[in-house]
Ligand binder design. Structure first.
Ligand SMILES: [Fe+2]
Length: 260
């Protein structure tokens, strides 16, 4: 399984809550390589707290790739960004297209962690009408979607894709987040699983082992290779292989409001 593409990780040094130094970045990439990752899209926060810009992201991506070549670590870093939804509307129109995932048309958009979110669909639909494609970052960790999954369903129906965090599937956040993530998979609302790594220990870069542990091994290639390749190349997203998760039916009835 030495072919995982990680579309969401904080691997660039010193510009957000990821590694503080390039040495720590290298340690993170080394751990990712050991976990089967071969391409990492560096997605530093672009938010009110971390107002990063494309030229800095491009420069640090180049520096890290050079360092990885010297260290003979066979992982390629590509530039990207995790754009806070609350910030998206204030980003310069010339800057926004330079923040796409791997330089392509897809934006990794982070919904707020607040329980009530208004205007979320307006932001997503507005960006889509401007020609961007939207990949939602870890919606399974967003309380507003927990209280109203229909908002999430409607965004996916409108063309947004979702990228959930590997750690969510194995209970690294909470059992509620884990259940929500598995229910999303069951409803075919998950299109990608990424690491959202921040370091090699506390928020680690693995993906494949977490998928296996969650019983989602048969979806591994689609989630971590086929869909990411399509997102990076701008090609159509391939259909998901047939798959069911019978063992979560009980929690599903308890936690997942029925469609209406
Ligand atoms: Fe992130």
């Amino acid at each position: 399984m030495n072919h995982v593409i990680d579309l969401h990780c904080h691997v660039l040094p010193g510009i957000d809550d990821g590694p503080a130094t390039i040495e720590a970045s290298v340690a993170l990439v080394r751990a990712a390589a050991a976990a089967g990752v071969r391409v990492m899209v560096a997605t530093p926060h672009v938010s009110w707290r971390y107002p990063n810009e494309a030229p800095t992201i491009a420069r640090l991506t180049g520096e890290l790739n050079e360092r990885l070549r010297q260290e003979r670590i066979a992982v390629e870093i590509r530039p990207g960004a995790e754009i806070a939804m609350t910030r998206a509307g204030d980003i310069d129109r010339a800057e926004l297209p330079r923040l796409g995932i791997g330089g392509g048309p897809w934006l990794l958009l982070e919904p707020p962690f607040t329980p009530l979110v208004t205007g979320l669909d307006t932001v997503v639909l507005g960006l889509q009408s401007d020609g961007y494609r939207i990949l939602l970052a870890h919606p399974e960790r967003c309380p507003a979607f927990h209280s109203d999954p229909e908002v999430l369903r409607s965004l996916v129906r409108a063309g947004a894709l979702t990228s959930i965090t590997a750690g969510s599937l194995v209970g690294r956040f909470s059992s509620e987040v884990r259940r929500f993530a598995l229910n999303m998979v069951a409803e075919e609302l998950v299109h990608n699983v990424a690491s959202d790594a921040h370091d090699e220990v506390r928020r680690p870069p693995g993906i494949a082992a977490e998928l296996e542990q969650a019983g989602l091994g048969p979806l591994n290639d689609w989630l971590t290779l086929d869909v990411p390749e399509a997102i990076l190349s701008g090609e159509p997203i391939p259909p998901r292989p047939a798959f069911t998760i019978p063992r979560i039916e009980r929690s599903r009835r308890r936690m997942w409001p029925h469609r209406h």
